[in-house]
Design a protein around this ligand. Structure first.
Ligand code: GDP
Length: 534
């Protein structure tokens, strides 16, 4: 798919390693931390297993990062991990692996060029995987699947493929195939080169056999008659009835290459990584209001996809994370902050490894840089060296929790509004205004934890104590209609019409049934699950 030698970055004179920027999407406990750690080991970014978790633990012990994070013992925000591997610079966008995730997780995916979907072989496709998958599918980015925990009893591989296709609606193409499972897990068979990799258990060196073809006697001797017959049968079925590998379809996000393994035993991970870096796309062109920006364009450009406030409450600092899209970044360079028209100097750029920060001197398209934000950035802002274009707006995603918000002390009204506005701009929470009672503010959050963070920060940073009344809605839909609002046919007792920060109309629903009712009763109305494209 991507000829490495022709790729940008390896071209003469450019002189930097080509980037592979991706996120791992999964449901909590599928093994994302474990897989990330193994990937970092291969990249030499850490020397021993346990470093990622260890870092996390240390951080909780020593840092004064948000109280709430300490109390809950979880990571509220995501960062980026970078390492080199086989002439590639890999950027893993880390997303919080907690049940109670937020919009940050979704937005992080807008900075990725591809995604690795991690699935627990025993659990199959789980709810959070579905949600995150949908965001990737919306952007049409390539999705690679790693089916984990083959060292434990799980679902049959063919059943797992069927589940992926049925639940997610994406075709799949297994790149390797597992032999046995759980106690009887023997290893994987690579379809492209007929290599069998024997599972030897944790910590032991992996053995592999290079077979001429699947009928190989050597393979039969290694697997035994029964498992060899089963392997032949299943692979034949894949050859005949399965989807063939098609790089074009993978690039379009219509076909997912599937790999099997066991992250904890570090089995199948290297094989996955080697194929992944060949198949995963380099940074591509990005849409702006003035056409496409290519990574090979000379001038620097990038967009803010995440703002992390309060990393150190003593300094009240905010860091804006920028996904670089073109040019070369150099420390101290001047760029235009397009929304305000101001020139700013990128003086203290940082790169993040876990929570450790490092000042960087240069960066390239695909990289993520963190810069100190004095409070002037908003999610989605564009920074560019020349010109004044804007990257596509980042979408707002349908929250699942809603609450009316009031300030406890009306004398703090000004601080309350300032806090609301800034936290909404930062993307910490969605803020809506009720259409017929505009003084009524409604908050929307993808995860419940966002409310707690919001409440905490309103008090700590703006001095405004707030009260929340939870509302019985669980779905937001952006409304596209040419009709008058008065003509909208809906049940005023169970739905609420509000406007978002951009003044788009949004309707809140208690359930899917209510959304279908509105669609049926209003033929001129289209409901959208995100603000994307509005
Ligand atoms: P995360 O929540 O997705 O980051 O998951 P973790 O990496 O923390 O893993 C969740 C649990 O699954 C931990 O107890 C891991 O030790 C375990 N685990 C991860 N990968 C494997 C695997 O390949 N096999 C088995 N048996 N357990 C695994």
């Amino acid at each position: 798919m991507n000829e490495p030698s022709k790729e940008y970055g390896l071209r003469e004179g450019v002189g930097h390693e080509p980037r592979r920027t991706f996120a791992i999407i999964s449901h909590p406990d599928a093994g994302k931390t474990t897989l990330t750690e193994k990937l970092l080991l291969f990249g030499g970014a850490i020397r021993e297993a346990g470093a990622v978790k260890g870092k996390k633990a240390r951080r909780h012990a020593t840092s004064d990062w948000m109280e709430i994070e300490k109390q809950r013992g979880i990571s509220v925000t995501s960062t980026v991990l970078q390492f080199s591997y086989k002439n590639r610079r890999i950027n893993i966008l880390d997303t919080p692996g907690h049940e109670d995730f937020s919009e940050d997780t979704y937005r992080t995916l807008t900075a990725a060029d591809s995604a690795v979907m991690l699935i627990d072989a025993a659990k199959g496709v789980e709810p959070q995987t579905i949600k995150l998958f949908e965001v990737c599918a919306m952007r049409g980015i390539p999705i690679f699947t790693f089916i984990n925990k083959l060292d434990r009893e799980g679902k049959e591989p063919l059943a797992l493929l069927e589940e992926i296709e049925e639940v997610l609606g994406i075709r799949s193409c297994p790149m390797n195939w597992p032999i046995g499972m759980g106690q009887g897990f023997l290893g994987i068979y690579n379809r492209s080169d007929n290599r069998f990799e024997r599972f030897t258990g944790r910590g032991e060196e992996m053995k592999s056999i290079q077979a001429d073809d699947i009928e190989s006697e050597q393979l039969r001797a290694e697997l035994g008659d029964e498992l060899h017959d089963k392997l032949q049968e299943e692979v034949m079925l894949l050859d005949i009835a399965g989807d063939p590998f098609d790089a074009e379809l993978v690039a379009q996000g219509k076909l997912t290459p599937v790999f099997f393994g066991s992250a904890i035993a570090n089995f199948g991970v290297e094989t996955f990584l080697n194929q992944f870096i060949e198949l995963a796309p380099p940074p591509g062109p990005r849409k702006t209001d003035e056409g496409l920006v290519e990574p090979t364009d000379d001038a620097f450009s990038g967009f803010v996809f995440k703002i992390q406030a309060n990393m150190n409450p003593a300094h009240r600092d905010r860091v804006a994370f920028i996904r670089m899209c073109s040019g070369k970044f150099e420390r101290g360079m001047n760029v235009t902050h397009v929304r305000t028209g101001k020139k700013i100097s990128l003086a203290q750029p940082q790169q993040f490894f876990g929570q450790g920060r490092e000042i960087i001197d240069e960066a390239f398209p695909g990289d993520i840089i963190g810069i100190f934000d004095p409070g002037s950035f908003r999610i989605g802002d564009t920074l560019c060296e020349t010109g004044r274009f804007n990257f596509e707006k980042l979408p707002q995603f349908s929250p699942e929790h809603f609450a009316r918000v009031y300030v406890k002390n009306t004398l703090k009204y000004k601080q309350f509004h300032k806090g609301l506005e800034q936290l909404a701009e930062e993307g910490a929470i969605q803020v809506y205004r009720q259409v017929n009672r505009t003084e009524d503010m409604v908050l929307g959050a993808v995860g419940q934890l966002q409310f707690e963070v919001f409440q905490y920060r309103m008090k700590a940073e703006y001095g405004a104590e707030v009260e929340l009344t939870y509302l019985p809605y669980s779905i937001a839909r952006w409304i596209e209609t040419s009709d008058d609002l008065d003509k909208l046919n809906y049940d005023r007792y169970s739905n609420l019409v509000v406007r978002d920060q951009d003044d788009h109309l949004v309707m809140l629903f208690p359930n899917e049934f209510a959304t279908r009712w509105v669609v049926e009763k209003n033929p001129n109305v289209v409901l959208h699950t995100t603000s994307f494209g509005l």
